[in-house]
Design a binder for this molecule. Sequence first.
Ligand SMILES: Cc1ncc(COP(=O)(O)O)c(C=O)c1O
Length: 413
Amino acid sequence: MSAPTGSAQTGSAPKPRVSARIGGIAESATLAVDAKAKALKAEGRPVIGFGAGEPDFPTPPAIVEAAQAAAADPKNHRYSPAGGLPELKAAIVAKTKRDSGYEIAANQVLVTNGGKQAVYQTFATLLDPGDEVILPAPYWTTYPEAITLAGGTPAVVVTGPETDYLPSVEQLEAARTEKTKVLLWCSPSNPTGAVASRELTEAVGRWAVDNGVWVVTDEIYEHLTYDGAEAVSMPVAVPELADTCVVLNGVAKTYAMTGWRVGWMVGPTDVIKAATNLQSHLSSNVANVSQRAAIEALTGSLDAVDEMKRAFDRRRRTIVELLSAIPGVECPTPKGAFYAYPDVRGLLGKEIRGRHIETSLDLAAVVLEEAEVAVVPGEAFGTPGYFRLSYALSDDDLKTGVTRMGELLAEAK
Ligand SMILES: Cc1ncc(COP(=O)(O)O)c(C=O)c1O
């Protein structure tokens, strides 16, 4: 029998069944949209999902083969060092130099169970209760939860399409208080696909150094840039930042390896040591088979990555063109990652098929029910009035889905 709602029966003072800390965590909106789309699909409805942030390609064969060999080798059936296999750490050191020009040592690396664990552990390691984290919005939906769970407070800086969804140093400075400890930086960005220029990255990094603000820089989309845009690593742009900077990365997006769960943190040795202690009690080593697969990914050729990138680039152009043709929708051209972030504010306050549309959340619900297309509303990213569409799906589904949504939205009055 279940306990009475809200509290366990423990004498006179009822205690909440779930702690306030964990009870306050919101469900991941992106995963929720994806789950709803999959449930409707399972009912036989032809839903096209633009919700999930994962490549539709299989992991390249050489990586899968390395994992198969690793699974057959008993040495991988045992616990391994909590901080990561030494061979993988060495591969991360070499890859970081190759891809971003950042020179690091192996004791600055902690291998994590996906980039998500790297985000959580970074904030848990850096923040004390009351510390503030400047968080430019639109932001990836996990950041505010990870900050809050670590006892920190997100100080959100809202940006819009007029600045390519990137904050200026002036905006960051206006959000800085004596409690500010960290700036979260994500370029190329999820959800907007914005890529910060070298000038902006340098200016922001210099502002951080001058004001003693740490930078947590999420570089997981570093390989996915288009139209000549360049992903600039924050501590490379401003080398003085190295001692107060944590770089987050992983194999998920670059190598179509979302299910393998390998990410990492790169930071100063004291921070990495502390985070490794945390991980040693939390989850220990990442699955050895996945780590061996990641070694193959990082030491192998980038040809498969280039091929995926060409497909993303083609889909990016298609989605921007189709979205821009819908009345009431404005879509800047993203320069990185695999997301479009159109402004749908032109459709708010209207009616579609007898339903009044007040917010982008309402609009996304109508689009899912009536057009059978799943998108994530901007509410999930701290900026209501927008949609995020991942274009990491097949060309055919992409065209059919956006066309279907466009036909529905054209009915708005
Ligand atoms: C900006 C950003 N950082 C980190 C991650 C974490 O990826 P994973 O945990 O799959 O490695 C994601 C995934 O959506 C992301 O979009």
